[in-house]
Design a protein around this ligand. Structure first.
Ligand SMILES: NC(=O)C1=CN([C@@H]2O[C@H](COP(=O)(O)OP(=O)(O)OC[C@H]3O[C@@H](n4cnc5c(N)ncnc54)[C@H](OP(=O)(O)O)[C@@H]3O)[C@@H](O)[C@H]2O)C=CC1
Ligand SMILES: O=C(O)[C@@H]1CCC=N1
Length: 262
């Protein structure tokens, strides 16, 4: 049986995340360029193909699209009114709660999600929570859209979205900080900065690919290196005994609190 096709509109589709999702969706083939709409105040296309429809008017986008993705800054959210209770509205905005989304959409057929700019490579992780007006068929649509952009899970507890806003919303996000620290260590010990940069980029690329493949969890990888009992084990034992896990939790808590205050 052929899969249902739909038109998708992205409010903020010329922005960092909106543009990444637009490109990912087009690359996946889930939507044809002429079934994709983007909307922003400037009405710019953000380098998307000319067949993609662009408008400055959110009501035009809402009128043309079965599914509307909201990807404008949280500060712009409360002034938005789509009045489109019959459309499936999916927000990827940090901290904008389900209640606020229902006010924007004009009804409860809304999904609050988190996504990331890795959507451009179809490598995002997108958890989501369904509002009370979201039917089973809508959930299938949400899953199809986010599977086109990477991996996805339905959550039951809206509060957990703030945790993912901190953990997986920013890409490279907190992983970039660890890369920065490692490159800084190398530079401080006389390695050419360009070489340190190249080395650390390649390390994180390989680490990401190796951790994404197979069944091993990050803990399994760490334990395997500790069990090997070589040079890396010496350093990992220092890290495991350090306050770094608590400090990491403090940093993530700060990001979660920020999300809850938006
Ligand atoms: N960037 C990221 O890493 C992530 C972002 N997010 C969330 O995604 C959303 C978008 O973020 P991001 O892409 O970084 O932001 P950007 O500033 O890059 O893009 C936002 C876009 O929205 C448009 N816009 C702003 N206000 C309005 C409005 N009132 N009506 C219509 N369009 C508007 C802007 O275009 P114009 O000026 O032309 O109107 C702009 O291009 C935010 O809510 C953020 O929390 C979530 C996860 C990760
Ligand atoms: O840093 C930010 O505000 C964006 C939103 C969620 C993740 N990154």
């Amino acid at each position: 049986m052929a899969r249902e096709s739909f038109t998708i509109g992205i409010l903020g589709g010329n922005g960092m995340l909106g543009g990444a999702m637009a490109r990912g969706l087009l690359d996946s083939g889930i939507v044809a360029p002429d079934d994709l709409w983007i909307c922003s105040r400037r009405g710019s296309r953000g380098g998307l193909p000319l067949d993609v429809n662009a408008t400055r008017d959110p009501s035009v986008l809402a009128g043309a699209c079965d599914v509307i993705l909201l990807s404008v800054p949280p500060a712009s959210a409360d002034a938005l009114r789509l009045d489109a209770p019959d459309r499936l509205v999916i927000s990827v905005m940090a901290g904008v709660t389900m209640d606020r989304l229902e006010a924007i959409a004009g009804g409860p057929r809304v999904v609050r999600a988190m996504c990331s700019p890795a959507a451009v490579k179809r490598l995002a992780y997108a958890p989501w929570v369904a509002g009370s007006g979201v039917a089973l068929r809508d959930k299938t649509t949400v899953t199809r859209i986010f599977e086109a952009l990477g991996k996805t899970d339905e959550l039951k507890d809206e509060a957990q979205l703030d945790l993912f806003t901190a953990l997986t919303g920013p890409v490279p996000g907190f992983a970039a900080y660890f890369a920065e620290v490692m490159a800084g260590y190398a530079e401080a010990r006389g390695i050419d900065p360009r070489m340190a940069d190249r080395a650390v980029r390649q390390l994180f690329r390989a680490a990401g690919e190796m951790m994404a493949e197979g069944d091993k969890t990050p803990t399994d990888h760490v334990q395997q290196m500790i069990d090997y009992d070589g040079t890396t084990a010496a350093g990992l034992r220092v890290l495991r005994a350090s306050p770094i896990p608590d400090q990491m939790a403090e940093a993530l808590d700060a990001a979660v609190e920020k999300s809850r205050s938006l």
